[in-house]
Design a protein around this ligand. Sequence first.
Ligand code: SF4
Length: 354
Amino acid sequence: MLRGEVKGIPTERKIDRAVIDQMYEEGFLYAKYGAYARRTHGCKIFKVPMNAGFTCPNWDGRISKEGCIYCPDFARQFTYESFRCVISKDIRGQVVHQIDYYKKKGAGEKALVYVAFGTNTYAPVEDLRKIYDAALEHPDVIGLSIGTRPDCLPKEVLDLLAEYVKDGYEIWLEIGQQSPHYHTTESTYRGHGSAELLRVIRECHKRDILTMAFLIMGLPYETPSEMIETARIVSEAGTDALKLYPLLVMHNTRLSRDYRSGRYRPISMSEYASIIADFLEHLSPYVLIQRISKDCGLDGKIAPEWDTHRFLVGPRVEKILTLRGTKQGCKYKMGLSADELTPLKKASVIPEGL
Ligand code: SF4
């Protein structure tokens, strides 16, 4: 299929709230991305990871040479089981191989190419165009999901992505924010703050590019109430979807030194499940949840000791929500409603009869 030709299924440009409302009516406790995508596309959509050889400005020296404190050596990121055999292939070869592999496993009918390793918008725009064009050539590909940092999306890159949207492709940006709290982005050496995320989401909305933020729970010195506030902040920022993870301690990271010296204590499974339940309650009901835990790329994990697979964590979170009788968005509230503006006590400063 040539680029620009309309794809065989409708592409998603905006999150359809009526579909999510229907899911809650059917008993969903949170807005699961996979179920939502099946309903809106009319078939199962799967994501195929692709490595286009990107590096990261927080690693190659442009911002820093150290990386974030939890970032493992780059080689360790190429550890997805299904991915080992395609590392040496070019982009087209990877996409063909991956789609074949996932289709044989019954993953679905149409694919989003997940440009997954490193910061996948950190290259000159014309190079990005060549890479994305090659990834989109396969007839089963309906779009791209591009992993990147919020500070690597200048206008020129967003405009390039908007061209693909106009051509009928579904374009997601998977933005590694991890936390909106300044003390956390500082202490984990992210090399950016939260303002970049706000800007990117606003600019993506103008261009019909969908946004998904990565967030980590259990970051050093971050309290449970700050994690709840994170849910409220990303809701109001307008992100379309989230991937939630517990903080993992990996080999050869600065975090692993803190862990070994006792300066960092990993979150337990019950703490994580309980925080995720709290988080979901305070999140907008219309933010899709793409991941609720981490279950791939785990080679080199030192801690936490518990199995972080989503098939274990997801049911635990749902059990907590069921026991509480709550669901996503039930505590999502921004200040007082109009009905609550009547003071409970008569204000003494307002004179009688005014
Ligand atoms: S932004 Fe991502 S790839 Fe870059 S150093 Fe941090 S964790 Fe590693």
